[in-house]
Design a protein around this ligand. Structure first.
Ligand code: FES
Ligand code: FES
Length: 174
């Protein structure tokens, strides 16, 4: 069996993964299952399984990635992978609780991890403006030039999610 070593929430971990074929014909276990089943990460969720909803989002080297379809052999050895399980009272988590942005909360992993990657990248590039509600909506609907991934809340709590993201961004930019 093939093996992958990554830094998961700041700690080095290694474990095998299922893989068949080689070169362009290679196919392997999805990152989502590898993280959940071999590394006990329960933040990333299985929603649609086809890269359409965002529930499975994790950060790979700082960028939001749909782990339900990302095959492990395409994740570089020693990649920095972050999951919701690694956050502790992050401003985004606090804001989602404060405005009660989740109903069933199934989407919250994707909302938090996707927005985290987006905001951290903006800040790292020197953009210290709090995003407007329209920019947040554009990010969540995949309408920004830098991200065409959309994030779906099936319960329809989008208005509160936008409020939570705005609150958290203000805190992160303080
Ligand atoms: S479960 Fe991966 S995008 Fe929906
Ligand atoms: S709160 Fe239920 S899917 Fe978003």
């Amino acid at each position: 069996m093939a093996e992958r070593t990554i830094r998961l929430n700041g700690k080095q971990v290694s474990s095998p993964y299922r893989s068949v074929g080689t070169g362009e014909g290679q196919a392997s276990e999805q990152l989502l299952y590898w993280l959940r089943e071999r590394h006990g990460q329960h933040g990333p969720r299985f929603g649609c399984g086809v890269s359409q909803c965002g529930a499975c989002t994790v950060l790979v080297d700082g960028s939001p990635v749909r782990s339900c379809t990302r095959q492990l052999h395409t994740v570089p050895d020693h990649a920095e992978v972050r999951t919701l399980d690694g956050l502790r009272a992050h401003p985004l988590q606090r804001a989602f609780v404060e405005v009660q942005a989740g109903q069933c909360a199934f989407c919250v992993n994707g909302m938090v991890m996707g927005v985290l990657g987006w905001l951290e990248t903006r800040i790292a590039r020197g953009n210290r403006a709090v995003p407007s509600d329209d920019e947040i909506k554009d990010f969540l609907s995949g309408a920004l030039p830098e991200s065409d991934d959309n994030y779906i809340c099936r319960c329809g709590t989008h208005v509160r999610i936008v409020r939570a993201v705005s609150l958290a961004a203000k805190e992160m930019l303080r």
